[in-house]
Design a binder for this molecule. Sequence first.
Ligand code: NAD
Length: 280
Amino acid sequence: MPAQILDGKLIAQQMRQKLNAARQALGPRPIRLVSVEVGQNPAAAVYVRNQQRAAAEVGIDMEVRNLPLSTSETDLCASIGELNRRNEVAGVIVQRPLPPGIDPRVVQSAIDPNKDVEGMHPANMGAILYREPLLPPCTAAAAQHLILATGLDLRGAETVVVGHSEIVGKPIAVLLLHRLSTVTVCHIGTKKLVDHTRRADIVVVAVGKAGLVHGDMLKPGACVIDVGINQGADGKIVGDVDYTSASEVAGFITPVPGGVGPVTVAMLLRNTLRAAGASV
Ligand code: NAD
């Protein structure tokens, strides 16, 4: 039986409806999310437009600041400092990639942790070890949300996370550990990936390599969450999982595009409303 598709677009739309209600409850005061970009990046521009459209739908005013490519790390941090002090600014995000010479970790640390709606300030990243923080990293939270949407019982479930980056792999692994899943993290040093993926009830792939995980690497009925975003041979966007073969074996699967991506944007908006004081 072909896998059930985890429709991220639909799930994100349902989330935005809920978020809209939470936003209304905050009253008419402006709630602003500021996106800061250094230089122009066409790929980021598409992403920012999607964020802006989704923000408008839930009543969040998203301001886009494009700083010149010549902006120094010190100037960028000063600009963030000014946003930290503005009351109507609930959230600040810094679009990546940043130009060489600007350390993303320094910049992320310059954001007030209470306005760090990407959940990547060291204080928020550290807090995740204790419990799910108020502002979790958006992609990790989106992956978890999609897994929970299946209704699977995470307690004791074997989860394999492929990829151990700070922004995706590691936080996903920790979020699922909090739910008592038995989590294995695979990465570039893993000797035989298939030995791990084949015994997993849940496979989360966040690597950035098209077709890394095939159907024959999966346990029948597994839940497959594909975080990867890659440009396919024909120019189309594809994930890290070979969708055609995997959907014949998996029980649940996220498509790319239309899976983790839209839910990640919805999580960014949820974090922004939480930073503004909403209980959502
Ligand atoms: P990264 O480059 O920081 O990390 C890649 C990870 O993959 C590393 O942990 C590395 O050890 C591992 N890896 C590399 N080759 C491997 C192999 N052959 N086998 C097993 N592991 C291997 O990447 P990232 O920032 O975590 O992003 C991963 C992917 O997720 C990218 O395609 C990125 O575009 C995408 N992404 C999507 C979203 C979203 O919202 N959908 C958000 C962030 C990132």
